[in-house]
Design a protein around this ligand. Sequence first.
Ligand SMILES: Cc1ncc(COP(=O)(O)O)c(C=O)c1O
Length: 381
Amino acid sequence: MTMDRLRAREFPWTLRPDVTFLNHASTGPLPQRSLDALAEWAVLRAEPWRIALDRQFGLLARGRELCGRLIGADAAEIAMMVNTSYGINFAALSLPLLPGDVVVGSDREFPANVYPWMGLEKKRGVHYRMVPCRDRLADEDAIIAALDLPRVRALAVSWVSFETGKRLDLARLGKACRERGIYFVVDGIQGVGATPIDVRACHVDILACGAQKWLLSPWGTGFLYVRRELVTQLEPADIGWMSGPASADFSRFLDYDLTFHDDARRFEVITLPFQDFAGMGASLDVFLEVGLQRVYDLVRERADQIVAWAMRNRGVRLLTPADAHQRAGIVAVVPSDPLSASARLDAAGVAHSLREGAIRLSPHFYTSAVEIDRALQLMAS
Ligand SMILES: Cc1ncc(COP(=O)(O)O)c(C=O)c1O
């Protein structure tokens, strides 16, 4: 299918001249087929006797499969979650961290990947050390140097910065962690769906990802990856009634047996928002239909377009690294007067974000070059 047809079918508002959406780093729009799936499940939900259990739980099984494919993991390493924060809290509370141990992060992180670690200080006496950024960008050399401080047991970083769009070299950081026996925890929400990742090659131990942004999925959907070898070593921080096989037979709930699944289902806390996972499955189908590599190539082309413009314009400061390997779909720029540029974008219906004094544009694969041009002209005028 051509991109024009896909835009018209899945994102019909792209045909409207008064809307330009460059804000996937905030909330991604739902494709039409996701809306259809939500509507179908809302109707079913009104008549629950029509919902077969295997169809209902099949939504989660399919979610694990699809999310695994997105990041190079097996379905057995994926637990469906309702956002990023639960996954990061899982990491903070389930890793075997002792009083006096140290968790390293970068400063200027989104709070979802800060507060759970700060909270450990109070709860368990685990210290959280933030490594200063350089020019607002996470400094990989300084982060690796910090791993050699005494008692560092975990590194927790965002793959892609919500503020600058800088994409960290996960392979390098993961290797450094593995060599030192340090757990590597990644907040993937600003990268997964925009640019490729292979969690195994990058030695990621735990990756948390909400699906509401770049995966164009309903609020309340997301997933957690836990490296296969760790799955059985970690006890769930929160224990659900389906965390183990004992509840598989719904006619014998009272045969209590707190044995956990030997895959990542042990970390799921049922009951989950099944209807939203139906929407997520439909959204991810769009990615597969377009082809993941094509999705990533298109996101990169659109980001390149903004970067090239910023580099041509003297009055514009590019916060995002110019090197395409160090960014994904977010490009942050500071025009001479960011507030009025943002107001002009707003007035023309160009959805964007103003973050820490910069204009953050975040196009996706279906964004057209013409839409980007429109935004750039408005910022320049
Ligand atoms: C880096 C990062 N992590 C996490 C989140 C959101 O976390 P959650 O999915 O728990 O709402 C955001 C949202 O802006 C983000 O930019």
